[in-house]
Write a protein that binds this ligand. Structure first.
Ligand code: COI
Length: 363
């Protein structure tokens, strides 16, 4: 069966066990922190004997696992991050969910895990959101963050791909990921990913191995680091858990995606909106020296990270080789501010969705 055939077949019935009481009263919609309170339900589907089993929606809660669960030992664990928004009519809409679905399967392929059928992902997600619709914040700047993930569940400690897996989706209302413009430092030693590695995948291990370098930069007073290429540390790749973009002399410049860089959905959307607004976009290698020289020459006008969690995270200071380079004030950043406003208007249904990015959840 091809992937296309699989996508058109409706998923099996979803067994639903509703939470006996909602916990939504624990949530203060005017003060939502990122990733702390989870909605009432989660979707859980197991893979065994070469097939995905009947999906279940269960009350959000702990999962029992064997200490030998292979994901814990050998890292077959992948995830996605996506968001749902409320439009002015109060309807719920997902931002580009099929892109997350496709990327999850790219990550699955790289980590030697089974493919998830489109119907299983989309039908499960829609059903979950229908049940937990009340958790999508109406508050400006907030959204329902959605975390689909898959991990290996064999209780076996020989090193080989697991025969069994679990796919789960849970959600949590979120506000801003970063509260302030970021101070970031260019990483001269550590690498996030290497040619031929799994840097393009949203694999849990990529995040785990990034924690120590990030912590070391935080101890020096920076929020995050800017990853450089593993061979020479000469070219910029990403910033923290985000893609990175610069405005140099009026042009939007960003590292081209490669097998060492995550193909960000927010990244692609920001570039598309920039083109729609008439800006010049360059996707290419970006040398550290080019950024430092542009800053010294006064042509580095803007720098920001892009990702689902933060959407656009402004960068205030870039540190390199003993010097802090201060960028122009955030309020003067024409391009990223215009893109942020335009993208937000599409997501929240206040602007026409010319690219058909939004997928409505039917009530
Ligand atoms: C995102 O920006 O969506 C990320 O990947 C960060 C996430 C791990 C919280």
């Amino acid at each position: 069966m091809t992937t296309e055939d699989a996508a058109t077949i409706p998923t099996k019935t979803i067994n639903i066990q509703r939470a006996t009481a909602s916990r939504i009263n624990e949530l203060d919609f005017n003060n939502i922190q990122f990733g702390k309170i989870f909605a009432d339900h989660m979707l859980v589907v197991d893979y065994k004997d070469g097939a995905w089993q009947t999906p279940e929606i269960l009350p959000y809660g702990d999962m029992m696992m064997s200490p030998a669960t292979s994901a814990i030992h050998y890292g077959q664990s992948i995830f996605e991050g996506m968001k749902a928004y409320r439009n002015p009519e109060g309807e719920i809409q997902l931002f580009r969910p099929l892109e997350n679905f496709k990327r999850l399967n790219l990550s699955a392929e790289r980590m030697c895990m089974p493919e998830i059928p489109e119907a299983l992902f989309m039908d499960g997600l829609k059903e979950l959101l229908k049940l937990d619709a009340a958790w999508v914040p109406p508050t400006e700047g907030c959204a329902l963050y959605i975390r689909p993930f898959m991990f290996a569940t064999d209780d076996f400690i020989g090193v080989r791909p697991s025969d069994t897996y679990r796919f789960v989706i849970f959600t949590c209302p979120v506000g801003a990921y970063y509260g302030v413009p970021l101070k970031v430092a260019i990483e001269p030693n550590y690498a996030r990913s290497v040619e031929g590695g799994a840097g393009f995948a949203k694999a849990a291990g990529n995040y785990g191995s990034a924690l120590l370098p990030a912590r070391k930069m935080q101890e020096k007073g920076y929020h995050q680091l800017i990853w450089t290429d593993a061979k020479e540390h000469k070219y910029i790749e990403e910033s923290g858990t985000m893609n990175i973009m610069f405005v140099i002399d009026g042009k939007l410049v960003t590292p081209a995606v490669s097998n060492t860089i995550l193909n960000g959905i927010t990244r692609a959307s920001v570039l598309q909106v920039a083109k729609d607004l008439g800006y010049t976009v360059e996707e290419r290698k970006v040398a550290v020296d080019e950024i430092i020289e542009a800053s010294q020459a006064g042509t580095l006008q803007e720098a920001f990270g892009t990702g689902t969690a933060a959407t656009i995270a402004q960068i205030a200071i870039i540190h390199y080789n003993g010097t802090d380079y201060t960028l122009p004030a955030i309020e003067n950043r024409e391009i990223s501010n215009k893109i942020a406003t335009a993208l937000d208007a599409i997501k929240t249904g206040q602007a026409t969705d010319t690219h058909n990015w939004m997928v409505k959840i039917e009530a």
